[in-house]
Design a protein. Structure first.
Length: 132
């Protein structure tokens, strides 16, 4: 299946999986998706993920969702920079999500990183998504 916005597709799969109280969701594999999932895992929003091969050159990512007392850990997961309108921010204008309780995930010249890491390194970039 061809998807125009692969990151938005993965975020939607996570949102839909949490609404249906699934323990795992599956998404096609890519380096950028794995980088976003690494940040979500390090910040405690998901349990983890694993890459499973389907056939030669084709792999899926199995994402383990996280719940606390039956409620999803992720309250909002929104795509900020979209195909029709890219959102870029300098390090001074990144801002915070819910007074620092959430985070932005950015694509910078040094790779995909959270807003906190980007501010520490003095980097701006494309704001991929917002997590709370």
């Amino acid at each position: 299946m061809y998807v125009n916005d692969p990151i938005g597709d993965m975020l939607t799969r996570i949102r839909n999986g949490q609404r249906a109280h699934k323990s795992k969701v599956v998404s096609p594999n890519s380096k950028q998706r794995r980088a976003i999932l690494d940040i979500l895992k390090n910040e405690g929003y998901i349990r983890g993920y694993s890459v499973t091969p389907i056939r030669t050159g084709i792999e899926d990512i199995v994402i383990e969702l996280k719940y606390v007392d039956g409620e999803p850990v992720i309250k909002t997961l929104d795509r900020v920079s979209k195909l029709g309108r890219r959102m870029y921010s300098s390090v001074k204008n990144i801002g915070t999500v819910h007074s620092g309780l959430g985070l932005y995930i950015l694509s910078t010249s040094h790779g995909v990183m959270s807003d906190v890491d980007a501010k520490e390194k003095g980097l701006g970039g494309e704001i991929l998504c917002k997590v709370f």
